[in-house]
Design a protein around this ligand. Structure first.
Ligand code: SF4
Length: 180
């Protein structure tokens, strides 16, 4: 099986909708036109301007798959990675995306202050709330399983079927492609 680079964003898409992950990887990408994503970027750029920002990470999974992730914000002296999101409609996928980033650090042997594992935090500035995220051993095994599923999906010649229309399909750049 090919070992193409897997990033945190496509990993998150896979958990929300495998079809979306496949379409994005094929370059069928229209999200630049999405006001939703533009708002997300604006929140990211304006909400936390005084903190350390964007950290690019690379690692290799146990099965040899190359991994990458662009972390929204890392406060290294506190050992906390921050991911900024607009809303909580896909909060479970958001949590796994942050665990994916924590995994990249762990695979690189990077720990926080005093050798403790890095922690994650999802910030929802529009909702004025934050949620902590940790990476447990069992969740690391789940990440390995999820990665296997994503790698198999991306190697397929055809996209998986659309999901039953969910509320987030209305905000997805592929809605017309899927349901038009
Ligand atoms: S519109 Fe819905 S089914 Fe189609 S790619 Fe987006 S999330 Fe998936």
């Amino acid at each position: 099986m090919s070992s193409s680079l897997i990033g945190g964003m496509i990993f998150s898409y896979f958990l929300i909708c495998p079809r979306k992950a496949w379409l994005v990887r094929q370059g069928i990408w229209m999200e630049q036109e999405s006001e939703d994503v533009a708002l997300g970027r604006l929140l990211d750029e304006t909400s936390y301007s005084r903190s350390e920002k964007h950290l690019d990470l690379y690692a290799t999974a146990p099965d040899g798959t190359p991994l990458t992730g662009r972390i929204d914000r890392a406060v290294l002296k506190e050992g906390v990675l921050h991911e900024t999101k607009k809303g909580r409609s896909c909060s479970d996928a958001h949590q796994w995306q942050v665990r994916f980033y924590l995994w990249l650090l762990k695979l690189n042997g990077v720990s926080g202050p005093g050798g403790t594992p890095f922690r994650g935090q999802i910030d929802y500035p529009a909702l004025r709330r934050s949620e902590p995220v940790d990476l447990m051993d069992a969740q690391e095994q789940e990440l390995i399983r999820q990665l296997e599923g994503l790698t198999a999906l991306l190697a397929a010649d055809h996209p998986p079927p659309r999901i039953e229309k969910r509320s987030f399909c209305k905000k997805c750049a592929f809605e017309e492609l899927c349901y038009g």
